[in-house]
Write a protein that binds this ligand. Structure first.
Ligand SMILES: [Zn+2]
Length: 503
């Protein structure tokens, strides 16, 4: 038995079934998913690059070669557990109850990366990373709740349909959608895996030249869309409610790319490419040729994370500037800042001192005091997000830290508080709800700045997250590493679940 087969046999052993949903591999040009109760082997066909070409995912088709037992990826329903009631009624869903939207595409794109793992372990919905400093709220898997991020859009060129279901949308679709809004041919974006989300676009208005002059995007890291839409309906997010009243939100959300974690998907939003195609494979991974660990998602490496992009990777910023010489774009508090004219992390790379960073969260506007005081991370990300708001408001107003800026054609604002709070208490906690209230207040400040600048009516605003967030079960802990070691295997596990065998 090969070491790969030995690893798979270990991972699908019934003893690990509570924590291992499935294990994914690429073998002999085909893809396999293995679970305790069955497996599937499938093949990709690419109309552009021939069979199994790594080209853009648009137009990929898949054929199932064999199924043994239950197909672990057989249920790809988009609307599973959509809506807060459905999610609360199915906490810790079993593998036979869960769904995996776009599963075949999710698997295939991952293994296009030159440093893709030998095995990608997908953890169960319930799995709690207790031994790894885990949290109540978790994400990272292919399951419906963990991959589902919110998407809401409002303004010229966008439909005003309220909350709509049945729209199939992926994180890779956001960048082409932004370009379509701005009247660009989305195909100017090199290598994009996605396409414009027609279900949210007002094509007649765009074609008539009545689309927006500016697009502002907000990312609420780790914000569960069921919880966000419930907060909007309950009056906890009046500014976002105001956007929705004149816009469209997707009930089934937008499907983030595997691995459904932070930096790969921030980069996916900006590039329109899956992680396997833009290069930011995970928050950490193993570089086989250089024989070293790559860590992109840490305070020490955020500013230089984009060095790991695959050559030739495009972005919204670059495409906007290419199609409109001199166009100004801005990226606030966002490590995935590839090509932005203004970027917070570019200031940091150049050693500019952030003299306006608040010394303390105490007394800052839009900060829930009951969590700022006792929860260290809540205080820290309140400071970070307040600082992001100050930057966005400054740029929109025309001046920040003594430098003058034009109104950005595309402005991107990354908010981190929601992720921290949703991890801390889980998506259904009071701290998560407070983080939505606080972030909504900050979004209100940015919208007010657009109003003062006189561009509010000519600006389309959208809001998304980078991945979902699911409540884990603290009773379902543990790790697969001891079992792999007991089987005599030499395995490197990067970022929990990317296995490199005999590294
Ligand atoms: Zn995140």
């Amino acid at each position: 038995m090969s070491n790969l087969d030995a690893a798979l046999a270990t991972l699908v052993d019934p003893s690990l079934a509570p924590i291992v949903e499935m294990a994914l591999v690429r073998r002999d040009g085909a893809y396999e998913a293995h679970a305790v109760d069955g497996s599937v082997r499938f093949r990709r066909h690419d109309p552009d690059g021939g069979p199994d070409g790594p080209g853009p995912a648009r137009g990929w088709t898949f054929t199932v070669e064999s199924v043994d037992g239950r197909n672990p990826l057989g249920d790809q329903s988009l609307d599973r557990f959509a809506g807060l009631d459905a999610e609360l009624a199915h906490r810790f869903p079993d593998r036979t109850a869960n769904a995996y939207p776009f599963a075949y595409e999710q698997v295939a794109q991952l293994f296009d990366h030159p440093n893709a793992p030998d095995v990608c372990v997908v953890h169960t919905a319930a799995h709690h990373w207790a031994d790894q400093g885990g949290h109540i709220g978790e994400h990272g898997s292919l399951g419906a709740v963990q991959c589902r991020a919110p998407f809401l859009i409002s303004g010229p060129g966008a439909r005003a349909d309220g909350v709509v279901g049945g729209v199939a949308a992926q994180m890779v679709d956001i960048a082409p959608t932004v370009l379509a809004l701005l009247g660009r041919d989305p195909s100017v974006l090199e290598g994009a895996d996605g396409r414009p989300i027609e279900g949210v676009l007002d094509r007649a208005a765009i074609d008539a030249g009545e689309g927006p002059e500016h697009v502002v995007g907000f990312l609420l890291d780790g914000c569960n869309p069921n919880v966000l839409l419930d907060a909007v309906a309950a009056g906890d997010a009046p500014n976002i409610a105001g956007l929705l009243a004149r816009g469209t939100a997707l009930r089934d959300g937008i499907v983030s790319s595997l691995p459904t974690v932070t930096l790969p998907n921030h980069t996916t939003v900006i590039t329109g490419r899956h992680p396997g195609h833009h290069g930011i494979l995970h928050n950490a991974w193993w570089d086989r040729s250089r024989r070293e660990q790559v860590i992109t998602n840490s305070p020490e490496t955020w500013a230089t994370a984009m060095d790991a992009l695959l050559p030739g990777t495009d972005s919204i910023h670059l495409a906007v500037q290419r199609t409109e010489p001199g166009a100004f774009t801005a990226s606030v508090n966002e490590p995935a800042d590839h090509g932005a004219s203004f970027s917070t992390f570019d200031l940091m790379r150049r050693g500019v001192r952030m003299v306006d960073f608040p010394r303390t969260a105490d007394g800052l506007p839009h900060s829930s005091e009951m969590f700022v005081r006792p929860v260290k991370d809540y205080a820290l990300f309140t400071q970070v997000d307040h600082h992001g708001t100050e930057q966005a408001v400054g740029i929109i107003s025309g001046s920040y830290l003594g430098t003058e800026y034009p109104m950005p054609r595309f402005l991107w604002v990354n908010y981190a508080l929601t992720d921290s709070a949703f991890h801390e208490g889980g998506p259904h906690s009071e701290i998560a709800r407070a983080s939505i209230r606080d972030t909504d207040g900050r979004i209100g400040e940015v919208l007010a700045a657009l109003e003062r600048r006189g561009v509010r009516e000519r600006t389309t605003v959208f809001l998304c997250a980078d991945h979902g967030m699911e409540e884990s079960d603290p009773a379902v802990g543990g790790d697969w590493s001891p079992a792999l070691a007991a089987a005599g295997l030499d395995v490197r596990d990067e970022a929990f679940g990317f296995l490199y065998i005999d590294p």
